[in-house]
Every structure is written in structure tokens, then in C-alpha cells.
Design a protein around this ligand. Structure first.
Ligand code: NI
Length: 165
């Protein structure tokens, strides 16, 4: 596994549509492993392939309940509402208020391209929405209500940091 460079806002790769993965390859498996390692290293709770420069529909998430890998994810159901601070590893040092559904159901495929469904509420629902938006070239900053505000850079070993996706 390897740490990949996280692209930041202003990089055109973050504004593009990602392509569906219709054939699994060792390259894509390695990409998924690298994305998880890169996300953990950056203390994030989610990462989408375009954030490491790859325009494929692949997302990794871990909100503290173990790793989730989503190939070709799509939101098929959502309900409720939550408003809270959201951050992004591609927009470092800031956060802003975003309203998202409080419940989301996602249809996706695993690394063998077997289909499955997964549901989430609260932070996990927010992460699903945020990461799947990345696959359409959409950053949370376009959804922020009010101003972005600075967040303290996380100290080494600090457990209280802002979650970033
Ligand atoms: Ni993000």
C-alpha cells in the first residue's frame, strides 16, 4: 500500500465527472487500499478517487465503525435532515455548515463487483452524500450555508479533530 497525494481545491480533477468501473483490475484494488491508507493517514473519514487524481467511481469511508469500500455508489433513498459542520481533505483548514439528509441508503458494488446496499444515519449518511458528490465533481463548499470558518490544525494524537472527507 502507498500514501497518495491528496488533490486540493483549484485542481481541475476535483470538478470532473467520474467514470463507472465496469471491470475490476489489480490496479483498482490497489487504488482502494491506497485510498484507505491515505484517508487514515490524513485523519479523514472518507475519500473519493478524484481526490487522489483518479476519475473513477470509487469511494472509501470509515466513520469509526470499520472501512467501507464503495464501487459505483448511488444514493437510492434518503430522508430527514441534519445541519452540521463539514470539512474535506481537499479543502484543508476550513469547515462550514451543510444540510444533508439524516438517513441515506446507497446501492454499490464491492471489489468483486457484487452488488450490495448499505444504510447510514448522521455522520455516515453525511459521508455517503459528501463522497458521492465528489464523483460528480461537486465539492461541499458549493453547499455551505454562511461562511467557511477556519478549524485548528489537528495536533499529533489529538482525538478531537474536525472530521474531514
Ligand atoms: Ni471531500
Amino acid at each position: 500500500m502507498a500514501i497518495r497525494t491528496i488533490r486540493t481545491e483549484g485542481d481541475a480533477v476535483l470538478t470532473k465527472q467520474c467514470r463507472t468501473i465496469d471491470k475490476m483490475t489489480d490496479r483498482i484494488r490497489t487504488l482502494a487500499e491506497d485510498m484507505l491508507e491515505t484517508m487514515y493517514e490524513a485523519d479523514g473519514v472518507g475519500l473519493a478517487a478524484p481526490q487522489v487524481g483518479v476519475l473513477k467511481r470509487l469511494v472509501v469511508i470509515d466513520v469509526g465503525e470499520g472501512p467501507i469500500i464503495l464501487v459505483n455508489p448511488e444514493i437510492v433513498e434518503s430522508s430527514g435532515e441534519q445541519t452540521g459542520d463539514e470539512g474535506c481533505l481537499s479543502v484543508p483548514g476550513v469547515a462550514g455548515q451543510v444540510t444533508r439528509p439524516n438517513y441515506v441508503k446507497v446501492k454499490a458494488q464491492d471489489l468483486d463487483l457484487n452488488p450490495f446496499e448499505i444504510e447510514g444515519t448522521e455522520l455516515l449518511a453525511r459521508a455517503f452524500c459528501h463522497e458521492i458528490d465528489h464523483l460528480s465533481g461537486k465539492l461541499y463548499t458549493s453547499l455551505v450555508e454562511g461562511e467557511l470558518h477556519p478549524v485548528a490544525q489537528e495536533e499529533e494524537g489529538d482525538e478531537e479533530g474536525e472530521e474531514a472527507e
